[in-house]
Design a protein around this ligand. Structure first.
Ligand SMILES: Cc1cc2nc3c(=O)[nH]c(=O)nc-3n(C[C@H](O)[C@H](O)[C@H](O)COP(=O)(O)OP(=O)(O)OC[C@H]3O[C@@H](n4cnc5c(N)ncnc54)[C@H](O)[C@@H]3O)c2cc1C
Ligand code: SF4
Length: 505
């Protein structure tokens, strides 16, 4: 059985009916997974360390594990190359695998097996709460895929926060209106639990420094959970200390505070060190015992049983061509400051600094700062997707692509979001304290001191107004664009062109 870096649930081999006395597990450290696109050094170390820990767990459970490390001299550095090499060495009768988290990985496994003439069986991933077939059934015949309706069905199906008659506990499906608070003064969130490198991680760090010395990002603050035990500690810590305020400040941002009340559980979930059932159940238990209020628990549960499953359903039902989508025909280059964080825009400096230092950013920083900037500035969505695929510790194609191409870049033409998440500096000013210390003026739309988010926002609307015209949800916004005098339109588009050339877009 091939076990990939994001398939670290120790129950998988038995779940697909393997026998430790007859079958072997193949795990491979593949260099190409860290270089194409370039992967943050913390993301690479996290995956490799978690894999090495997992191999030890499987061995102690009695499995024979064939483990190919990054440093083996014969390592081909590609997934299909390593599978071919293993097939030549081990001569298996057949290979099996849980469904990978990416079309390209699936294709590599299929082509390696076809090339070697070995039959391949792909099993459904039992980790997820909604199968791809069930999502397809739900999606078929719908004009638009609306998360809220999917989420309500999942609540009913799983019996989560619903009364016996199927109505939502507390009378509402959604507490979003309570969950958009901002900080009036500096927040003091609880510290995030840290898991400093153990011996295995230290060895991975040494190997990565030697074999992959040029990866972006910093390793200094590495503190991610790398084993199931650590992931369970991280879950318990979140439930006790941050869940009680998770909902209230879900969308807020503040200088120097990158994690706030978020869980930071996505890497452990996506590597399958945690099961979504135990994660949402822990939140429900906290509500039951009175330790966390309904708006926070509902807000968190919606991310786990709603958004996460919805996004996966979109990825697998849209097909591989989804990853090439570019509905707004954007072609700009990704500015260099995405790689070094060097910019006078305070909001971007904060968001990018967090990513470079810790391979993390919370949802609103990803969507409304780095994503929004790339969208309104006109950057090529594939370049943006590649950056997100590499730079976040939790990045795996099935979840990164719909979030980046769909939600942030509107490159799918409106499958994930019914309207683009485009915003001016006003949104960032409302939800953070960034603008106060910024060199740009958030009240200005054009000119040298104008907030670039304002210039690009209006330019984006002007450029795309006919594309958005049929969208009812854009009608109010487009009315404001239509009111602009011709000389204002020229001023905005000229100002935006200057900024684009200044930023190398
Ligand atoms: C442009 C962009 C790119 C993103 N790329 C990724 C990615 O590569 N990997 C990833 O896991 N998430 C991604 N997300 C979704 C979301 O931002 C992250 O899951 C979240 O910020 C992870 O931090 P956390 O664990 O502290 O999440 P929390 O805020 O604590 O949320 C709890 C959990 O809910 C789940 N979740 C929340 N929102 C989403 C969502 N939109 N899609 C899927 N799961 C969600 C995650 O598992 C997360 O751990 C992206 C969002 C955007 C806008
Ligand atoms: S003024 Fe504009 S660029 Fe500066 S922090 Fe505010 S939104 Fe960001």
């Amino acid at each position: 059985m091939v076990v990939l870096g994001d398939q670290l649930d120790p129950s998988y081999p038995s779940a697909v009916g393997l026998d430790p006395d007859l079958d072997a597990i193949l795990m491979m450290e593949v260099r190409g997974q860290s270089t194409d696109p370039p992967s943050h050094v913390q993301r690479t170390v996290l995956f490799l360390s978690a894999m090495r820990h997992h191999a030890e767990v499987l061995r102690s459970d009695g499995w024979r594990v064939e483990y190919v490390s990054l440093t083996q001299s014969a390592n081909t550095h590609t997934l299909d190359g390593e599978i071919q090499r293993a097939v030549d060495r081990l001569r298996p009768k057949e290979l099996c695998c849980i469904q990978p988290g990416s079309y390209s990985v699936l294709e590599e496994i299929e082509s390696a097996c076809a090339g070697a003439g070995v039959p391949l069986e792909i099993h459904e991933d039992p980790h997820f709460l909604c199968t791809v077939a069930d999502f397809e059934k739900w999606a078929s015949g719908r004009k638009q895929l609306i998360l809220e309706y999917f989420y309500r069905e999942m609540r009913r199906k799983l019996g989560v926060l619903v009364e016996p008659d199927g109505k939502p506990i507390g009378g509402q499906w959604n507490y979003d209106k309570d969950n958009r608070k901002r900080f009036k003064t500096a927040p003091d969130p609880p510290a995030i639990p840290r898991f400093p490198p153990d011996e295995t991680t230290a060895q991975v760090i040494e190997d990565v420094r030697r074999v992959l010395p040029d990866l972006p990002g910093s390793l200094e603050a590495f503190a991610w959970p790398v084993s199931r035990e650590q992931a369970l500690d991280a879950l318990a810590d979140f439930i006790e200390h941050r869940l009680p305020k998770f909902g209230d400040f879900q969308d807020a941002m503040w200088t120097g505070e990158t994690t706030l009340y978020h869980s930071l559980l996505a890497p452990a979930l996506n590597m399958k060190l945690l099961d979504p059932r135990e994660v949402y159940q822990a939140a429900l238990d906290a509500h039951e015992s009175g330790a966390a209020p309904l708006n926070c628990v509902e807000g968190f549960v919606r991310q786990i049983i709603g958004w996460r499953e919805f996004i996966r359903g979109v990825y697998w039902t849209q097909g591989p061509q989804y990853e090439a989508s570019n509905a707004l025909d954007q072609t700009g280059r990704l500015p260099g400051f995405y790689w070094d964080g060097e910019t006078d825009m305070r909001c971007m400096g904060e968001a990018l600094g967090s990513v470079l230092d810790s391979a993390y950013g919370h949802h609103i920083a990803r969507l409304m700062v780095t994503g929004n900037f790339a969208l309104i500035a006109g950057v090529d969505p594939q370049a943006v997707n590649d950056w997100y695929r590499g730079m976040y510790a939790d990045a795996v194609d099935w979840v990164t692509a719909p979030n980046t191409l769909g939600m942030a870049m509107h490159a799918d033409g409106g499958i994930v979001g019914t309207k683009p998440y485009a915003a001016s500096g006003k949104y960032i000013d409302r939800m953070s304290n960034y603008c106060k210390g910024c060199r740009y003026d958030v009240k200005e739309r054009t000119g040298d001191d104008a907030c670039p988010f304002n210039t690009f926002y209006w330019d984006f609307l002007i450029r795309n107004r006919e594309t958005f015209r049929p969208n009812q949800r854009m009608a109010m916004i487009l009315k404001n664009v239509d009111r602009l005098a011709p000389e204002q339109v020229v001023e905005i588009t000229t100002s935006a062109a200057h900024r684009r050339s200044e930023f190398g877009i």
